[in-house]
Design a protein around this ligand. Structure first.
Ligand code: SF4
Length: 303
């Protein structure tokens, strides 16, 4: 069969579902083609050229494109669509076909899904459940690659996280925990295991400015952690949701002074005040952030 896989997001992150579908179809000898939504929409008679066309979309905001793709016979799925399909077990747990994106040195995957926190701005609880549960061992999607990118929403909330951290350490691969570790769940024991990882990057979250527990947990982590390079300790700072500028700047300055790299995430960016998006540009552009120490100076300079 001829299979088309349409990556609607087309950003720097490969789509895990498409890589699993690719592996599944290739196992049956099918011919698989990856394309962007743009290419799919330009192809004439797309539906007659392929036996099956799957489209995956993670991020919202692509409604028009998704409607057009659907009209052309694309079978859609993913958190950015209105469809909530779950892959059959045998596809969900297959080794992803990383070659679909030409990736040779990095493995991507989830060890756990779900999160008990239920933060009001986050859909993980609704989509995956209000409990963190193990879904895979590392060997399911890691096959000796030099790097691992972990996409779990809240690894530390899973009762089996110590074993999963051990598995990650045993790979000897450089690990990037991409989605934010819940600092409130750090303990001496799990920090010890995090210290056994070869760390590419650690990401934490400090979403609520009134949550002082995260601040002290980060302070404690800093004392016990082997990671000394601040560039590897990134903390996502949620803004434009329930904080004001003063509270945002407090977290940003505190993190910088205490050896972390703040990374601003703007809620509802399209409608955010200009000053907020300016603050995001200032912080997330490391060259500017390292030179211009105060937001007020940056704000005045760019007008
Ligand atoms: S802790 Fe993170 S994953 Fe869990 S609900 Fe809050 S934002 Fe979502």
């Amino acid at each position: 069969m001829k299979i088309a896989l349409v990556d609607v997001d087309s950003h720097n992150f490969p789509n895990l579902v498409l890589m699993k579908l690719s592996a599944w179809h290739k196992n049956f000898g099918d011919e698989v083609t990856l394309m962007s939504a743009e290419t799919a929409l330009q192809e004439e008679n797309l539906i007659f050229k392929y036996d099956k066309i799957y489209g995956a979309c993670v991020f919202s905001g692509h409604e028009e494109i998704l409607n057009e793709l659907e009209k052309r016979g694309v079978h859609l799925g993913g958190t950015g669509t209105r469809y909530r399909e779950i892959l059959p077990y045998e596809i969900e747990h297959i080794m992803p076909d990383y070659s679909l994106y030409g990736i040779t040195d990095t493995a991507y995957g989830f060890l756990t899904r779900g999160c008990p926190r239920g933060c009001s701005f986050c859909l993980v609880g609704q989509k995956e459940g209000r409990k963190s549960y193990k879904v895979a061992d590392v060997s399911e999607w890691w096959d000796g690659q030099e790097n691992i990118k972990l996409i779990d929403p809240n690894l530390l909330a899973c009762s089996e996280h110590l074993d999963l951290l051990k598995q990650l350490a045993e790979t000897g691969a450089y690990v990037d925990i991409t989605q934010g570790l819940d600092a409130r769940l750090l303990t001496a024991k799990n920090i010890e295991l995090i210290n056994e990882l070869k760390i590419k990057n650690l990401h934490f979250t400090w979403d609520n400015p009134r949550d002082n527990f995260t601040k002290s947990a980060l302070e404690n982590f800093k004392k016990l952690s082997k990671v000394k390079d601040r560039r590897k300790m990134i903390v996502y700072v949620l803004v434009n949701y329930w904080s004001n500028l003063k509270e945002d700047l407090y977290r940003i300055y505190w993190l910088r002074e205490n050896g972390f790299e703040p990374y601003v995430m703007v809620y509802d960016k399209i409608n955010a005040p200009k000053q907020i998006t300016k603050m995001q540009r200032w912080v997330n552009n490391r060259r500017i952030f390292n030179v211009v120490k105060n937001f007020e100076d940056y704000d005045t300079r760019i007008g």
